[in-house]
Design a protein around this ligand. Structure first.
Ligand code: TXA
Ligand code: MG
Length: 334
C-alpha cells in the first residue's frame, strides 16, 4: 500500500509556530495534485482542496458527506488574491479585513468568475477568510492557490480541534492530516454577509457582533423556518455529538432529574462544582466565554467518546460575548 492510498491516512506532526518547510511542501504538492489535506487553523481543523479545481473540491463533499447545497469558505493568504476572487470589494470589506485579518472572520462577497460553481454551491457569492495560523498560511503560500476548506469532520458532526478528532471522523477517507496540536480558538469563524445593507452575521463566531459593529444575529431557536436560506450550513442540528444534548438551568435540579432518569450514561459540562456520581462524567467549563469556546468541542468529543447517551450543559448567559458558544450548544441540543 502506498502512503497516499485513499484508505490510509498519514498524520504528520508539524510545529505550530514554525512549520517544517519540507512537510509543508509535501502537503502543498498533494493539494496541487488535486488531493485533500486536513490542516490546523486558529479556529478548528479544516479540510483543504485547491479551490480552483472543481474535481478536487468535489472530493471534500464526498469525504464529509456534505450536502451539495452548502457552500465552502475559500481561504487566502493575501489581500490581492482575495480581490481577484470577488467582483466587488466595498469599503466595509477594507475596514473589516484591516481590523480582523488574518483572523477568524469570513466575509461573503459577490464571487468572480475564477470561483467554480461547486465551491459556492451554485450561488453568486463567495465566503473568504485569511486564517491566522502559521501552518495554514504556510500551506496557502506553498500551494500557491486559494484553498476551499470546511471544518474537517463528517457533515453535521462536532468540528475538530485536534488531529485525533479529524482522524476519528475522516480517517481512511483523506491522505494527510497536519497535526499542530489543539487549536486555540476552538469554534469556527464569524461569517458576515457584506452583500446586504446593513451587513448581516450569518454565523456567530469568535469575533462578536459588538466588535464588528453590527446587530446580533437571531438565535437559531428564534429564526423563522419560512425565511429564505441565507447560509445553508447554519440551519438545524449541527456541531452535534452522537449523544442527546440538553441545555439546563443549573438552578433547576428537577429538570436535571427528569432527564437523568431516562439516560444510561450522563455527561455534564458545568460551571460550578457539582456532586459527582458514579454514572456521570463531569467536565468543569471556564466561566470566560473565550476560554469556554476553546474547550467546548473538545469537551463534547470527550463525552461522546466516553459513550454518554445524554450530555447536560449548564446554560451560559444570553449575552453578545456568549452568542457564538450559545449558538453552537443550542444547535447541538436540537
Ligand atoms: O473557522 C472556520 O470558518 C472553519 C475553518 C476551517 O476555516 N471553516 C468552517 O467551514 O467552519 P464550514 O464549511 O464548516 O462552515 C462554513 C459556513 C457554513 O455555514 C456555510 O453555509 C457558510 O459558512 N458559507 C460559506 N460560503 C458561504 C456563502 N457564499 N454564503 C453564505 N454562507 C456561506
Ligand atoms: Mg463545519
Amino acid at each position: 500500500m502506498t502512503p497516499d492510498a485513499p484508505n490510509m491516512t498519514r498524520i504528520v506532526r508539524v510545529d505550530p509556530r514554525s512549520p517544517d518547510a519540507g512537510t509543508i511542501a509535501d502537503a502543498a504538492a498533494l493539494i496541487r495534485r488535486g488531493e485533500l489535506v486536513a490542516f490546523p487553523t486558529e479556529t478548528v481543523y479544516g479540510l483543504a482542496a485547491n479551490a480552483l479545481d472543481p474535481a478536487a473540491v468535489e472530493k471534500i463533499y464526498i469525504a464529509k458527506g456534505r450536502p451539495p447545497k452548502n457552500p465552502l469558505i475559500v481561504h487566502i493568504a493575501d489581500l490581492a488574491t482575495a480581490h481577484t476572487l470577488t467582483r466587488n470589494w466595498p469599503a466595509i470589506a477594507d475596514d473589516l479585513t484591516n481590523r480582523f485579518w488574518p483572523g477568524p472572520l469570513t466575509i461573503v462577497l459577490p464571487r468572480s468568475a475564477l470561483i467554480p460553481d461547486i465551491v459556492t454551491a451554485g450561488g453568486e457569492t463567495v465566503g473568504l477568510r485569511m486564517p491566522a495560523h502559521p501552518v495554514a498560511l504556510a500551506l496557502l503560500r506553498a500551494a500557491g492557490v486559494p484553498l476551499a476548506a470546511p471544518s474537517a469532520n463528517r457533515s453535521s458532526h462536532i468540528s475538530p480541534t485536534r488531529a485525533a478528532h479529524v482522524q476519528r471522523s475522516l480517517g481512511g477517507r483523506i491522505p494527510l492530516i497536519l497535526d499542530a496540536g489543539p487549536t486555540a480558538g476552538g469554534i469556527e469563524s464569524t461569517v458576515i454577509d457584506l452583500t446586504t445593507s446593513p451587513p448581516r452575521i450569518l454565523r456567530p463566531g469568535l469575533i462578536t457582533a459588538a466588535q464588528l459593529g453590527v446587530s446580533a444575529p437571531e438565535s437559531p431557536s428564534m429564526a423563522n423556518p419560512a425565511d429564505p436560506v441565507r447560509s445553508p450550513g447554519v440551519i438545524g442540528r449541527h456541531y452535534a455529538p452522537a449523544a442527546r444534548v440538553l441545555l439546563i438551568d443549573p438552578s433547576n435540579p428537577r429538570e436535571f432529574d427528569v432527564a437523568r432518569a431516562a439516560a444510561k450514561r450522563i455527561g455534564r459540562m458545568h460551571f460550578a462544582v457539582v456532586t459527582s456520581s458514579t454514572d456521570a462524567l463531569a467536565i468543569a467549563m471556564p466561566i470566560d466565554p473565550i476560554a469556554y469556546a476553546a474547550r467546548l468541542y473538545d469537551a463534547l468529543h470527550t463525552l461522546d467518546q466516553a459513550g454518554c447517551d445524554l450530555i447536560l450543559i449548564d446554560s451560559p448567559p444570553d449575552t453578545d460575548a456568549w452568542s457564538a458558544v450559545l449558538d453552537r450548544i443550542r444547535r447541538a441540543a436540537m
